[in-house]
Design a protein around this ligand. Sequence first.
Ligand SMILES: C[S@@+](CC[C@H](N)C(=O)[O-])C[C@H]1O[C@@H](n2cnc3c(N)ncnc32)[C@H](O)[C@@H]1O
Length: 229
Amino acid sequence: METYATLANRYDRWNLSIAGQFQQAAVLAEVGDLSGRTVLDVGCGTGFYSRLFAAQGAERVVGVDLSAEMIAVARSFPDEIEYLLGDATLGALDGRFDLVAALWLVNHAETRADLDAMIKGFATAGHELLLVTTNADADWDFLGTHAKQYGVQQHPNGPAVDGRLPYVATIFHNDDSFSFQSGSWSLEALTNSLHAAGYRTIKRISPAADAPSPLAAKPPFMILRASID
Ligand SMILES: C[S@@+](CC[C@H](N)C(=O)[O-])C[C@H]1O[C@@H](n2cnc3c(N)ncnc32)[C@H](O)[C@@H]1O
């Protein structure tokens, strides 16, 4: 099992995998043109999505991440994106952004208290939220076996506690692979936490069904949009 400190240079193999590209298409279709808008990318990692948001026209993009190694990879790209080292569970995130994006971050909240703290932090940073995280209705049989051809596997590795099922994610790239610990929050836990933070509208986005079958029917991820207004 690896940590982001050791896999920072390889993490984007996920984003470049077939499943990662399917996710990317679904996210970009959802956010659309970001011209003139400001975006906070929480848990930005290597900045893969921060750069995509900038390419969608965002006027200002700020990325925040807990891992110095992931931030170092993000900062190695020549662009105007501002990257900050920070812990999303430690209270308010500064600024009023048009869009707060958190891709594959809440799955790293290990307790309901951490999940609530993260989501409250998102709400302080802006009224519009885009969340990408583990599919709450994951088909674990498919994701644990057949999804390897799309570059990813997800295996539960413990009992669900308080709405969170721990699992190991493995990313495959040519003959190489890496694994890290993650967790799948129930839709109920996420919804409760979003409501507690003041989000009123919560929408689950279904990815377009034009991905290599059966990935579209059983994606490893889900996208949630939440709005305070
Ligand atoms: C699975 S990666 C996703 C990276 C990026 N969002 C993407 O989709 O390419 C999760 C990232 O969340 C970061 N992270 C985990 N816990 C965090 C926290 N409490 N505050 C900020 N970042 C955190 C990790 O360091 C890692 O870079």
